[in-house]
Design a binder for this molecule. Structure first.
Ligand SMILES: Nc1ncnc2c1ncn2[C@@H]1O[C@H](COP(=O)(O)OP(=O)(O)OP(=O)(O)O)[C@@H](O)[C@H]1O
Length: 268
């Protein structure tokens, strides 16, 4: 376990099992508020499973997750927002209505519709959010009228409208062209800094992991049983804290890291 004083998230001895298949075993992690944590690892290592349990969509089969020192509520709370690789926006709603939807669900959980002044306030907040992600001129467009990059910007606006403190990103830029990806890196870095977010991002792209992350965690199996591939789960096999100049230009390569600032330690 990587000990951090007053972590925003603490995972202690967390296991995720599906029947007799062990996906994650003995995961122990402290996540510091304001950090940008990149999670890497081979396909099937349990990266998305880890995000789902932090989001509260699923519960670990063993172990404990603390959010600000208190056990994680069993459902997804407004303190955590999520963006997936595949566009999660609603095709029948405009960008503005897509962004407002989260607020409408929160404030009018049965009808998911606000009226009068409450609606005006929600629309103003959604418009501000769309400006922040660079969609200020596209509020009336439907997702089918938007590019992939624009749809991911919209998904980020949806995730951030409820002002979460933790943003979970599951391969958010994996389906985008390299040029658009660079723009999205700049955007996410800006939002991370401006909104003092804690970000946990799963990616297959090591360059992306090191460029954006202040910490890179690799999940993998420490033990393999060739006769029973599901007998052992993955855990954090590498945990690298990177010293980052947060004022670096968006998209800039990570600065060189002096050897003494690289901490490689075994998972729990
Ligand atoms: N609901 C489920 N029931 C059974 N097995 C599951 C379930 N969800 C995930 N798994 C299994 O858990 C393992 C880890 O899946 P997960 O999607 O977390 O891995 P990943 O590291 O995110 O993979 P990828 O990089 O390919 O997206 C996989 O073997 C998957 O088949």
């Amino acid at each position: 376990m990587s000990a951090v004083a007053n972590p925003i998230l603490r995972l202690s001895d967390v296991w995720v099992e599906y029947g007799d298949k062990i996906v994650l075993e003995k995961v122990g992690l402290d996540i510091e508020a304001g950090s940008f944590v990149s999670i890497v690892g081979p396909s099937g290592a349990g990266k998305s499973s880890l995000l789902r349990i932090i989001l509260g969509q699923e519960r670990p089969t063993r172990g404990q997750i603390l959010l600000d020192g208190a056990p994680l509520a069993p459902e997804c709370g407004p303190d955590r927002g999520v963006v997936f690789q595949r566009y999660s926006v609603f095709p029948h709603l405009t960008a503005l209505d897509n962004t407002m939807f989260g607020l409408e669900c929160e404030k009018a959980p049965f009808m998911a519709r606000l009226f009068g002044r409450a609606r005006q306030e929600a629309a103003a907040r959604a418009a501000e959010m769309l400006q922040a992600v660079g969609l200020g001129d596209s509020m009336d467009l439907y997702p089918a009228q938007m590019s992939g990059g624009m749809q991911q910007r919209l998904a980020i606006a949806q995730a951030l409208i409820k002002r979460p403190r933790i943003l979970l990103l599951d391969e958010p830029f994996g389906a985008l062209d390299p040029g658009i990806r660079a723009d999205m890196h700049a955007l996410i870095r800006q939002l991370w800094q401006d909104r003092a977010l804690t970000i946990i991002m799963v990616t297959h792209d090591l360059r992306e992991a090191f460029t954006l992350g202040t910490r890179v965690i690799a999940l993998d199996k420490r033990r393999h049983d060739p006769h029973a591939p599901h007998r052992f789960g993955a855990t954090a096999v590498y945990d690298l804290a990177l010293r980052k100049d947060t004022d670096a230009a968006p998209g800039a390569a990570a600065p060189a890291i002096p050897a003494q600032d690289v901490h490689i330690h075994e998972g729990a």
